[in-house]
Every structure is written in structure tokens, then in C-alpha cells.
Design a protein around this ligand. Structure first.
Ligand code: FAD
Length: 427
């Protein structure tokens, strides 16, 4: 454990080493909080941006230090204690203590920002060597090592993480296939029109797309050699990467008796307070009463996690504003396809392509930024539900999301203290 003193006391304990906990630390100091703050993470790295792992970091384009949310000096200058390799095993809500190894930490208020873990592949052979997941820098380093000697890789899953990973592996010169049950990558979340743009781009980058495929088993000796599909096809594989989703990391919450919600996350009210008055949650683990959706939701995206960390910090300092946000995420697949999605709700499938005539200048400008070497043309889609616009997807910068964000936030409370215009916030 790095930096953790013997039994001690802190005013605010942030549990987790992702953008949510880092956002909370930053906001507490920004708001002028002068008490003691400690951030405990089970990882050996200070908080970093996971989104690089499937992109530049996997391709070897950036160094580990470039992933960091804050520089080493930031933690010192802001007097936030950083406890690395410090998994919190238990929190006692009655006494306000946390157990980290044999040490005991007394806290006044705590933030649960324990994020999510990868969903594991469940089929024969899933435990063979050469089968990888991507959540940490350690995972990415391990995968990169294996890719140096690989000829064939199979990426399992149709998510944005799987698509980004397949594009990066192909760029490293490894023959890459992508297998998933849907008709096209990302089709389940963004519909078939966006899915087919993604499929075309991946094919252009050399990835063999096998939609409509179910993996039956992985075969090999100690190492994986073959991926067997339900239709009997066998794909050669020296490396397999599984990208089939994530589950909220709630071990600690369960152990401490905090209520969980229907999505499996830690149940929070609209201000992100959990079932205990001195404990809040933020990020992938947080299921909150969303005033915007009129129900409880849990969102697994970088900007939202960071915004929730900042919001929880303000709540700890006395704000009772509800957390109110659109869903925003982006994905970059290879070097030439960038997709932004802004939605009030999960986009769904009522999709209309948008006429971009009115956005001509923007499209021309964006064409110079994105897709320079033959990637997809800028395009945009509107998502609807019952005649109402509930979201937009913008391909290669076709839309000004700041502008359409205003459409989507023209709902009650959008100007309240808790509302988050995510595109105006720096993550
Ligand atoms: C490979 C990858 C690519 C992604 N790409 C994108 C993208 O392009 N766009 C996008 O919007 N989103 C992307 N995401 C999602 C985004 O990274 C997550 O939404 C975000 O990381 C969530 O932040 P968090 O702080 O809630 O949790 P996490 O980042 O998961 O951090 C949780 C931290 O808590 C630690 N922890 C857990 N339990 C304990 C404990 N008991 N004690 C101490 N520490 C503990 C974990 O080790 C981890 O450090 C990507 C995610 C991954 C994995």
C-alpha cells in the first residue's frame, strides 16, 4: 500500500481510483473545502482515463503518464492523500470507519466510486491463456505483449469497446475478426443505420465482421487456438479479447449493507446520496433517481462519471440539488470514425437520418478534422420516441452538439444548479 499511514482519520474518504473519485477530489478543493481528503484505490496507478485503453494506448501511441487524470504534483498541491494498492475491504456505517488491510480509517463522509468490472465470457475454454479483457492499464499491457506475437485475433462482442479494440488490433497488423450476435456493431444501442457505418469502417480497416454469431466455445491446449461458433465455423485465434459489457462493482456496498437498485448499482436518491446519510455514490456504480428520466438509471460513461463525482462533492458540502443530465458518450473507432451521442434516454431504434444542408459550413470544417484518410462522411441521426426527439448521434462532427444539447435540455430544471450541460464541462 502506498501512502497509507497507520490507523488514521479523514474528513472525506473517496473510495475508488477512476474519474468519479478524481472529479470529486477536484470539486471539493474547487469549492474551497479545507478539510482532509483521502482517495483509496485498489489499483497501483493514480486515477486515469480508461477510454484510452482501447484506443491510443493499445496502439502504443501514448505513454502511461498521458492517461493520468491529474499530474503527481496536483495531488500534492491540493493536499489530497492518494492511497494506492489500498483496497477498502469493509466500511462500517455505524462507526464511520473503513478497513484497508489491517488498518482502520475513520471518516466523516465517504464517496463510493468503485466503478465496474468486466462481464466474463461464460463458455467452455473461457479460462485459456490468451483470453483478455480490457478494464485496467495492466489488462492493456498484458494484451499488448500477447499481440506482439499474434497473427490472428478474435474480438468477442458488438459494443463500442469491442469495436474500438478490433480497430486498434487491426492497426497493429494482426488479422482481426469481430464476432457478435447483433446484425452490426453498436446496432443494439444506436440502431442499424449507425451500426452499418461502423461495420463498413471496420471492414475498411481490415477487420472481418461476423455479425449474427454466437460463440460456443474456445479451444486450445493451455493457450487459446480456436474460437468455435454455434454455426460450426472455427476461427483461428492466438489472442481473444472479450468485450461483452460490465457489471457495477458493489462488493463493498453489499458488505456494508447499503441498498442496491434494480440495475445492480448502489441505490441513490436524486442528489446521489446512498441509503446512509454520510455516504454518496458516483460513476458506473451509481444508480440514481433521475428527475429527467422519471425513474432510476445507471450510466456507464466517462463524462457522466466525472460529472457525478463533482456533483457528489457539492452534495457532501451541503448542496441538495438533484443530479440532472443528458446521457453523453463518444467513441472513436480507428483514426477516422468518431461518433458522439447525446440523448435524454437510451437512444433506441426510432432513427431518422438528418438532412445536413443547414449545417454545410460545419460539415466542411469537420471534414478537415475527421475522416481525412477516407473514413465515413459526416452524418447525423435523430432518435425519437412517440414523436419526441430524445437524442442525436453525430458521425465525424456533423452536428454542433452544443446546439442540439440546448434542444434536449429544454425541459424543466435544465437551469437548476444540479443540471449538467456535459459538453460545456471539461472532463
Ligand atoms: C476500455 C474502456 C474504454 C472506454 N471508452 C469509453 C469511451 O470512449 N467513451 C466513454 O464515454 N466512456 C468510455 N468508457 C467508460 C468509462 O471509462 C467509465 O464510465 C468510467 O471509467 C467510469 O468511472 P468510475 O470512476 O465510475 O469507475 P472506474 O473507472 O471503474 O474506477 C473505479 C475504481 O475503483 C477501484 N475500486 C473498486 N473497488 C474498490 C475498493 N473496494 N477499494 C478501493 N478501490 C476500489 C477500481 O479498482 C477502479 O480504480 C470506457 C471504459 C473502458 C473500460
Amino acid at each position: 500500500m502506498t501512502g497509507l499511514p497507520e490507523d488514521c482519520e479523514v474528513d472525506i474518504l473517496l473510495i475508488g481510483g477512476g474519474v468519479a473519485a478524481a472529479g470529486a477530489a477536484e470539486e471539493l478543493r474547487r469549492q474551497g473545502f479545507r478539510g482532509s481528503i483521502a482517495l483509496a484505490t485498489r489499483e497501483s496507478d493514480p486515477p486515469y482515463y480508461r477510454f484510452y485503453l482501447t484506443k491510443d494506448y493499445l496502439r502504443g501511441g501514448i505513454a502511461p503518464d498521458d492517461l493520468a487524470v491529474h499530474s503527481p504534483e496536483w495531488w500534492l498541491d491540493n493536499n489530497v492523500q492518494l492511497w494506492l494498492r489500498a483496497p477498502v475491504q469493509a466500511i462500517d456505517l455505524q462507526t464511520g470507519t473503513a478497513r484497508i488491510g489491517r488498518r482502520s480509517v475513520r471518516w466523516g463522509k465517504a464517496l463510493l466510486a468503485t466503478g465496474a468490472n468486466v462481464r466474463l465470457l461464460d463458455c467452455p475454454g473461457a479460462g485459456l491463456h490468451g483470453v483478455h479483457y480490457l478494464r485496467t492499464t495492466w489488462n492493456a499491457d498484458d494484451l499488448r505483449k500477447d499481440l506482439q506475437i499474434a497473427r490472428d485475433a478474435v474480438v468477442i462482442g458488438g459494443s463500442f469497446i469491442a469495436a474500438e479494440t478490433a480497430a486498434s488490433i487491426a492497426a497493429l497488423g494482426v488479422r482481426t475478426s469481430m464476432v457478435f450476435p447483433e446484425s452490426a456493431p453498436l446496432a443494439r444501442s444506436l440502431g442499424g443505420a449507425v451500426g452499418s457505418i461502423v461495420a463498413d469502417e471496420l471492414s475498411r480497416l481490415g477487420v472481418t465482421i461476423r455479425g449474427g454469431s454466437i460463440v460456443e466455445s474456445l479451444r486450445g491446449d493451455e493457450r487459446v487456438r480456436t474460437v468455435v461458433l454455434a454455426d460450426g465455423a472455427e476461427l483461428r485465434a492466438d489472442v481473444v479479447v472479450v468485450g461483452v459489457g460490465a457489471r457495477p462493482e458493489v462488493t463493498l456496498a453489499k458488505r456494508s449493507g447499503l441498498p442496491l437498485g434494480t440495475t445492480g448499482g448502489v441505490r441513490c436518491d436524486a442528489t446521489l446520496r446512498t441509503g446512509h446519510e454520510n455516504v454518496w455514490a458516483a460513476g458506473d456504480v451509481c444508480e440514481f433517481d433521475s428527475i429527467r428520466h422519471g425513474r432510476r438509471v445507471r450510466i456507464e460513461h466517462d463524462r457522466v462519471a466525472a460529472a457525478q463525482g463533482r456533483h457528489a462533492a457539492r452534495a457532501m458540502l451541503g448542496s441538495d440539488a438533484p443530479f440532472d443530465t443528458c446521457l453523453y458518450f463518444w467513441t472513436t473507432i480507428g483514426a477516422d470514425l468518431h461518433i458522439d451521442v447525446l440523448a435524454l434516454d437510451a437512444p433506441g431504434h426510432e432513427v431518422t437520418p438528418l438532412d445536413l444542408t443547414a449545417h454545410r459550413d460545419l460539415v466542411l470544417r469537420q471534414r478537415k478534422r475527421f475522416g481525412r484518410t477516407g473514413g465515413p462522411e459526416p452524418a447525423a441521426f435523430r432518435y425519437g420516441a412517440g414523436g419526441e426527439t430524445i437524442g442525436y448521434a453525430s458521425i465525424n462532427g456533423a452536428l454542433s452538439l452544443r446546439a442540439v444539447q440546448r434542444d434536449l435540455t429544454s425541459v424543466p430544471d435544465a437551469s437548476s444548479e444540479g443540471s449538467h450541460l456535459l459538453l460545456e464541462e471539461k472532463s
